[in-house]
Design a protein around this ligand. Structure first.
Ligand code: G6P
Length: 507
């Protein structure tokens, strides 16, 4: 997995004798648990002498898989991130990595095209228009078949297969066709759209059939699972009952269950990292280098149009214009992680965000005190933890987001029970917090389309007193600590293990 705001690059893992034993154990051809995700959880690093090696990226997903693989030997099938010949399968820690090659053309058609310029906009409320090209679909289908072939080659008899995300929606069907013995689960990291939007896809039936190859389908929010079930009923004419969809397989069909299993982060690991003296010291340095302003506002996002960065900047600019806040008292740090830069909508967004930042600074900054500190970079976990600690107000304002792990990371890094989270109601994180702690007592909830409302929530968060900040932060931290990524993977695998069997379908 490449570095994103949801999965950070990090330290090189050190492997002792115990780990070596485990490593030998996994040198088998077949695995009891097979993960398939578009990206492998590794980054390629080049040493000063020019030698290249792989470094594991300790993002949330890989930590979850560690927990899942404690009792099983596991393999991870995915793309290594470059075009051309894929490296031979290799072992990293206790994980067997099975690279899937993608050509330049496939990266353009399957990844940038169908995944990120057709599905991504449709699944995120068509914030930008989706493009439909038959050649993109053909490449998507071919690459999904290739992923399925690799999965089938490495899955042990009766293995569990866990497929991830919108890039691989046909893999469940193609795996089932070859390997009816394995249990197949799929988890969607992004929203699943309402049927009216999903219906725009010329290949909507194929996608539903692809997913229905699974035994269990996991979604971030209950409305996502409901959207899927409704699409099966309305667009594929299938019979549904609650969370269950009956397929049209021979002998009366199978039952496929669709339910929400919201993803999370490695809360204990991140909390421990954030408490280290080095991270705390770095947080102080960050504030000092910003000129020790009274309030530091922070946004950390992949540079993606779903994240509401433009809305956030507009609200911030108006607060400056209205004299509600002023530098050097207040500064906004906006980290925008580079993302999908060969897709036009992403390039346009970058241009617009950078123009707006320039305008705001031109108008409101003074020498030595910017109004917006804009960083188009990727940072490691330590730096992110320090940034979170340095921020009085965290701005998470997506127009649509399956979960938003930045919100969970922020509260986890606030072991001091300080800071305030401004959170869009269009995130999975909001839904989860609201369900578990009630709407009133946690984050500062906003609708990012409502600029007046967003300004009000930002001002409220800036002015909140210490007692209010502490009680809200405590509630949020308790939720994330309990519902961590390890709990998520246990819940998913338990749901997959207990998914309906063909015998249930006959009843
Ligand atoms: C989202 C998706 C992931 C994806 C990540 C980064 O979180 O759910 O599947 O890996 O964005 O995007 P990229 O296109 O760089 O993999």
């Amino acid at each position: 997995m490449r570095t994103t705001c949801d999965g950070h690059p990090g330290r090189q893992a050190a492997y002792g004798t115990g780990a070596r034993r485990k490593l030998d154990k996994v040198r088998t051809d077949r695995y009891g648990l097979v993960i398939a995700a578009n990206r492998l959880p590794v980054d390629q690093v080049t040493a000063p002498d020019g030698t290249r090696s792989w470094r594991r990226s300790p993002g949330g997903l890989v930590t979850a898989m560690d927990a899942a693989m404690r009792d099983r030997t596991g393999a991870w099938v995915g793309w290594a991130g470059d075009a051309g010949t894929a490296p031979e399968p290799f072992t990293e820690g206790d994980l067997r990595l099975v690279p899937v090659p993608l050509t330049d053309a496939e990266i353009a058609l399957y990844y940038e095209g169908f995944s990120n310029d057709t599905l991504w906009p449709i699944y995120h409320d068509v914030i930008v228009p989706a493009s439909f090209h038959r050649a993109w679909w053909t490449a998507y289908d071919e690459v999904n078949r290739r992923f399925a072939d690799r999965v089938c080659e490495v899955a042990a008899p009766d293995a569990m297969v866990w497929i991830h995300d919108y890039q691989l929606q046909l893999v469940p069907k193609y795996v089932r066709a070859q390997r009816p013995d394995v249990r197949i689960g799929w988890f969607n990291h992004i929203p699943f759209p309402p049927v009216e939007l999903f219906a725009q896809l010329p290949w909507r039936r194929d996608i539903l059939e692809g997913l229905l190859g699974a035994d269990f389908l996991g979604f971030q929010r209950t409305p996502d699972a409901e959207n899927f079930v409704r699409a099966c009923r309305r667009l594929a004419g299938l019979t549904t009952r609650g969370q269950l969809v009956r397929t049209k397989d021979p002998d009366g069909g199978r039952l496929v269950r669709a339910a929400s299993v919201p993803i999370s982060i490695d809360a204990a690991g991140l909390d421990a990292l954030a408490r280290t003296p080095a991270v705390r010291q770095r947080a102080r340095e960050i504030r000092a280098s910003l000129g020790n302003p009274r309030k530091v506002l922070l946004g950390i996002d992949r540079l993606d149009y779903t994240k509401g960065i433009r809305h956030r900047l507009k609200a911030y600019e108006e607060l400056l214009r209205d004299n509600v806040i002023r530098p050097p008292d207040v500064v906004l740090v906006q980290v925008a992680t580079p993302s999908r830069e060969r897709v036009a909508a992403y390039r346009e967004l970058r241009t617009e965000v950078e123009r707006t930042v320039g305008r705001i600074n031109g108008q409101y900054a003074a020498i030595g005190s910017a109004a917006v500190e804009y960083l188009h970079h990727t940072y490691d976990r330590e730096e992110m933890a320090a940034l979170y600690q340095a921020a009085d107000v965290m701005l998470v304002t997506p127009l649509r987001d399956g979960m938003n792990l930045v919100a969970k990371e922020y509260v986890t890094c606030r072991g001091d029970e300080d800071g305030a989270l401004v959170l869009s109601e269009f995130t999975g994180a909001y839904q989860e917090f609201a369900a578990l702690a009630g709407r009133r007592n946690t984050a500062y909830i906003c609708n990012p389309h409502d600029i007046e409302g967003l300004k009000g929530r930002m001002a409220e968060a800036i002015r909140a007193d210490r007692r209010t900040r502490r009680s809200r932060m405590r509630a949020l931290r308790a939720i994330v600590a309990e519902h961590d990524v390890q709990a998520w993977s246990r819940t998913f695998l338990a749901a997959l293990e207990s998914a309906p069997s063909p015998a249930d379908a006959a009843r």
